[in-house]
Ligand binder design. Structure first.
Ligand code: PMP
Length: 363
């Protein structure tokens, strides 16, 4: 029998896993939750009742359709996915990143992204035994294209992940530069369009031109975070390899059914995204008017800003029942940075008023 002590843990568990901290989700019960880029709106009551009625009779004793044929067809129409491109579904786009990394993890293979970027790119590279290379952005969070092209030539990455818009910075990278990266890359380039609904920009129309390009979307930011559904879009040649690593029933019966119903009402989700964009404009204007903040432009449903004593301010906001994201010390370029998700008008008003009061008390 294995005697469980620290010695046996380190004999079994890989050292890079022992060193990791699990992805931390802070408790938010009773708080104004502006930390996770969720859509703050629920569905209209009539649609909620449709869902209730239809889910009541769903055979949850059966496994889901492993290929989710019906849902994929609906997604193709709702998200305007080109006919020639294939779709793979994941339990959130996190799972898709993991599948790609597992497939590409030949010995010594590199997964590249920019820094700061979505933290799961780095974490999943480690899970999958890939080597991670993060190329720093410029101080305004634009792509440092020369550094990127140098790093591509030096490290020959198997996969490059770029979020468009980027998280946690909120900006869209220059499209011409992204094309240069796709053309220079010896391997795959995955454009992660998690925040597409708020951005009016996409590389979907570039898929046909670049055989090494893949695109990710998720329904999480659109209002279905709890269902966990992400998509990978691209050529069958690539997707049929990734399909081999996808666990057969990764998208549940309820996720398939409820997404199917909600996507018949895409107009509701789009109109919610429009409300979020309008609130983003209001928040950007009000935050920019606050003298002690440096506010970064955003094409996503969140806003990044820099302020003196960010960690102290973050804690104070928490004491006032408002949870945002503290990025201070997470990366040198994010020193004293906080990130707030755009919530409902009421939530945003409360956040802005509390922030203003706290900043006045500081001076
Ligand atoms: N990509 C980016 C850039 C993200 O910010 C997130 C979530 N924060 C995800 C992917 C993961 O989304 P999900 O797994 O919910 O689809």
């Amino acid at each position: 029998m294995l005697k469980l002590n620290l010695h046996s843990l380190s004999n079994i568990i890989r050292p890079e896993i022992l060193e990791l901290n699990a992805y931390h989700v802070p408790p938010a019960t009773g708080m104004i939750k502006l930390d996770a880029m969720e859509n703050p709106y629920t569905l209209p009551q009539a649609l909620q009742e449709d869902i209730e009625r239809l889910t009541a009779h769903t055979p949850i004793n059966r496994y889901p359709d492993p290929s989710a044929t019906l849902l994929k067809a609906t997604l193709r129409t709702a998200l305007q996915i080109p006919d020639r491109m294939d779709i793979m579904l994941g339990n959130g786009s996190d799972e898709i990143i993991q599948i790609i990394a597992m497939a590409a993890a030949r010995p010594g293979a590199v997964l590249m992204s920019v820094e700061p970027a979505f933290v799961m790119f780095r974490m999943i590279a480690t899970f999958a035994t890939m080597q991670y290379v993060g190329v720093p952005l410029r101080t305004d969070f634009s792509l440092d294209i020369d550094a990127m092209l140098d790093a591509i030539a030096r490290h020959k990455p198997a996969v490059i992940f770029l979020a468009y818009p980027n998280n946690p910075t909120g900006n869209l990278f220059d499209k011409e530069n992204i094309i240069k990266i796709i053309e220079a890359a010896p391997g795959l380039v995955v454009i992660d369009e998690a925040y597409h609904a708020f951005a009016d920009a996409s590389l979907m129309d570039k898929l046909a031109h670049h055989p090494n390009l893949l695109l990710m979307r998720t329904l999480s930011k659109l209002g279905l975070a709890g269902l966990r559904l992400g998509l990978l879009i691209g050529r069958t040649e690539w997707l049929s390899e990734f399909e081999k690593l996808r666990l057969p029933y990764n998208v549940s019966v309820l996720t398939q059914l409820v997404t199917e119903i909600v996507l018949q009402h895409m107009d509701i989700l789009i109109s919610q995204a429009e409300h979020i964009k309008a609130e983003r404009a209001r928040m950007l204007a009000q935050l920019t008017a606050m003298k002690s903040l440096a506010v970064f432009p955003s094409d996503a449903n969140f806003i990044l800003f820099r302020v003196d004593h960010a960690t102290h301010l973050f804690e104070k906001l928490k004491q006032h029942g408002i949870l945002i994201k503290n990025l201070d010390r997470s990366h040198p370029l994010l020193d004293n940075c906080l990130r707030v998700t755009v919530g409902t008008p009421d939530e945003n008003t409360q956040f802005l008023a509390t922030l203003e009061t706290l900043l006045q008390n500081e001076t």
